[in-house]
Design a protein around this ligand. Structure first.
Ligand SMILES: [Zn+2]
Length: 259
């Protein structure tokens, strides 16, 4: 179970308490607490979402202050399987200026204490991977394209001992809101150990992408997989959703090794 915490300025996050007790902050942001307006209303963290960048920067500052952490590093997300390892030299890259971010990657991994890393989503699946014994932590952005390309396996490949990894699968579009074509389901299935989790409702094919990611992690040897089961499209007050709104903001998965 994750704790839901309402922090300064009503900034609200879902935190993994067990990982916190092991020295790792893993937090999924919600929509409340920000200063964005219109379709981006709330704590929009996406500098390239179409929102006013100054407002997004203020949202980002509110989030890190509320969490009591330094500026996070984030990549330019491209639905790839690129995993980039970062150290202290990458601290805060892309936090103020996306052009100064970590180039073309959809997962970051670090063993450096005090170097927060983040990925942004609005329906895609955010995944945190932590190996407490190795002191390593990763954040992963996995949409259907990334999953179909093998992102889950690629991200886990950054860890020497998958059995020692604890995973958290965060808020993402749920199967009730994720109708896909046969080609998408087949591509996701082909790249997922155990196949894709789908169901049919009359003529509609519904894909459970976060459920598929969680099961794939288990099938790849991860023993502890926490799946929060919150559908972004179902909850407009709590989450941004591209499927639901098109023009919208981004929530974040932020993770840091605390010491
Ligand atoms: Zn839903």
């Amino acid at each position: 179970m994750l704790d839901r915490r309402v922090l300064d300025h009503d900034v609200t996050v879902l935190v993994a308490p067990r990982l916190e007790s092991e020295g790792f902050l893993v937090a999924f942001s919600e929509r409340s607490g920000g200063v964005s307006d219109g379709p981006f209303r709330g704590l929009n963290l996406g500098l390239k979402s179409g929102d006013d960048p100054d407002v997004v920067r203020e949202n980002r500052r509110r989030l890190i202050r509320a969490l009591g952490i330094a500026a996070f590093a984030c990549p330019r997300q491209v639905h790839s399987t690129n995993v980039v390892r970062v150290g202290p030299e990458s601290a805060g890259m892309g936090f103020v200026d996306p052009a100064n971010g970590i180039p073309a990657a959809d997962a970051l991994v670090t063993a450096s204490p005090g170097v927060p890393i983040a990925v942004l989503t609005a329906d895609c699946v955010p995944v945190a991977l932590v190996d407490p014994a190795a002191g390593e932590i990763a954040v992963v952005h996995a949409g259907w394209r990334g999953v179909a390309a093998g992102m889950v396996r690629a991200a886990l490949g950054a860890f020497a001992n998958p059995a020692g990894v604890e995973a958290v699968v965060g808020p993402a579009v749920g199967p009730d809101h994720y109708e896909v074509g046969e080609d998408v389901a087949a591509a996701v299935s082909a790249a997922s150990e155990g196949g894709a989790i789908t169901r049919r409702e009359r003529s509609r094919l519904l894909l459970d992408l976060p459920g598929t990611v969680a099961r794939t992690l288990r099938n790849l040897g991860v023993r502890q997989v926490e799946h929060v089961q919150e559908c972004t499209a179902c909850q407009p007050e709590r989450f941004f959703s591209y499927r639901r709104d098109g023009r919208t903001g981004r929530q974040g998965l932020i993770a840091v090794r605390l010491s």
